[in-house]
Design a protein around this ligand. Structure first.
Ligand SMILES: NC(=O)c1ccc[n+]([C@@H]2O[C@H](COP(=O)([O-])OP(=O)(O)OC[C@H]3O[C@@H](n4cnc5c(N)ncnc54)[C@H](OP(=O)(O)O)[C@@H]3O)[C@@H](O)[C@H]2O)c1
Length: 265
C-alpha cells in the first residue's frame, strides 16, 4: 500500500502543504506525487523537490492510485464532472479535504462504487501538526488503514461519523484561529505588564504549546493541571476568576456555537 502514487487536485495552501508534509515524512518519494493547479508557476517549489506539477487533472488521475481533492468547494462539482470517466473504483481511492461537500455528493459525481474519504485537517498540517478528522464510505479495512497512516504523517488522525464533520471543522480548523486569538490577546496583556510584543508572543506561544503537551503527553484533564498552579489566595486563581467573571469560558462556548451555526444554517 505504501507505494501508491498520489495525485493532489488543487495545489493551493492545503494541497501544497499536504504534498510537502508527505515528502518530509518520507511517506512517499516526490516522484510518487503529482500536484495540479491552473497556475503551475505558483508550485514551482514543489517541482524543484521532484514532484510532478501539471494543469492536467485527467492525466494526474490516470497516473495515480490515490486522489486527494483540495479544491475550493465551488470548484469541486465542475472539476470532478470533467474527469470522472478516469476514476476506476478497483484502483482509485478518493480523498476530499473540501469543507461542506458530503460523501454522498462526491459519490453522486464519481462512480458510487469508489472508496471515498472526507478529511478535515487544519493549517498546522504545514508543519505536520494537524488534527485530521476522517470519515469514509465504501472503503476496505486496508484502505482505511492506509489513509489513516497517510494523515498520521501530517499530525494525528481521528475517525469520526460524517455527521460530526461540521463540528470537527469548528473545533479543529476554526480552533486554530481561536487559539491564535488567545495568544494575541494575552500578548497585548503581556505588553501592558512590561514585555515587548515579540518576547510576550514567544513566552505565550511556548506556554500554550506546553499546556497542550501536558494534556497530550500525560493524558490528563485540563482542570487537574490548572489546580496545580492555583495557590490559595495566589495570583493565578485571582486572574482566572476575573477571566470567568468577564465571561471567558462563556464567550468561547458561544463563539464555537456561532461558528457552528454559520456552517450548518
Ligand atoms: N486552509 C485550511 O485550513 C483548510 C482546512 C480544512 C479544509 N480546507 C479546505 O481545503 C480546500 C482547499 O483550501 P485552500 O485553503 O488550500 O484553498 P486554495 O489555496 O484556494 O487552493 C485551491 C486550489 O485549487 C486550484 N484550482 C482551481 N481550479 C482548479 C482546477 N480546475 N484544477 C486544478 N486546480 C484548480 C487553485 O489554483 P489555480 O487557481 O492556480 O488553479 C488553488 O490553488 C477548500 O475546500 C477548504 O475548504 C481548508
Amino acid at each position: 500500500m505504501r507505494k501508491k502514487k498520489i495525485a493532489i487536485l488543487g495545489g493551493g495552501n492545503l494541497g501544497g502543504a499536504i504534498a510537502e508534509g508527505l515528502i518530509k515524512s518520507q511517506f512517499v518519494s516526490p516522484d510518487q506525487i503529482t500536484v495540479t493547479r491552473r497556475n503551475v508557476d505558483a508550485i514551482n517549489h514543489l517541482k524543484a523537490l521532484g514532484v510532478t506539477v501539471t494543469t492536467e487533472n485527467d492525466t494526474a488521475i490516470q497516473n495515480s492510485d490515490v486522489i486527494i481533492v483540495s479544491l475550493k468547494p465551488y470548484n469541486v462539482k465542475e472539476v470532478l464532472e470533467g474527469v470522472k470517466k478516469h476514476f476506476d473504483p478497483s484502483r482509485h481511492i478518493l480523498i476530499s479535504v473540501v469543507t461542506g461537500v458530503f460523501l454522498k455528493d462526491l459519490a453522486g459525481i464519481v462512480d458510487s462504487r469508489m472508496p471515498i474519504f472526507r478529511a478535515m485537517p487544519n493549517t498546522a498540517i504545514a508543519i505536520q501538526e494537524s488534527v485530521t478528522c476522517l470519515c469514509q464510505s465504501g472503503a476496505t479495512g486496508e484502505q482505511i488503514n492506509y489513509v489513516t497512516e497517510l494523515f498520521d504523517q501530517l499530525g494525528i488522525t481521528i475517525p469520526i461519523d460524517e455527521k460530526l464533520m461540521d463540528a470537527a471543522t469548528v473545533l479543529g480548523a476554526c480552533g486554530i484561529a481561536y487559539a491564535l486569538r488567545f495568544i494575541r490577546a494575552a500578548t497585548q496583556g503581556g505588553i501592558e505588564i512590561g514585555f515587548d510584543a515579540r518576547t510576550a508572543n514567544l513566552i505565550l506561544a511556548q506556554t500554550v504549546k506546553g499546556a497542550a503537551e501536558l494534556l497530550l503527553k500525560l493524558n490528563r484533564h485540563p482542570e487537574e493541571q490548572i489546580d496545580k498552579v492555583t495557590t490559595p489566595k495566589g495570583c493565578t486563581i485571582v486572574g482566572l476568576n476575573e477571566l470567568e467573571h468577564q465571561g471567558f469560558s462563556s464567550s468561547l462556548i458561544k463563539g464555537i456555537g456561532a461558528s457552528y451555526d454559520k456552517i450548518v444554517k
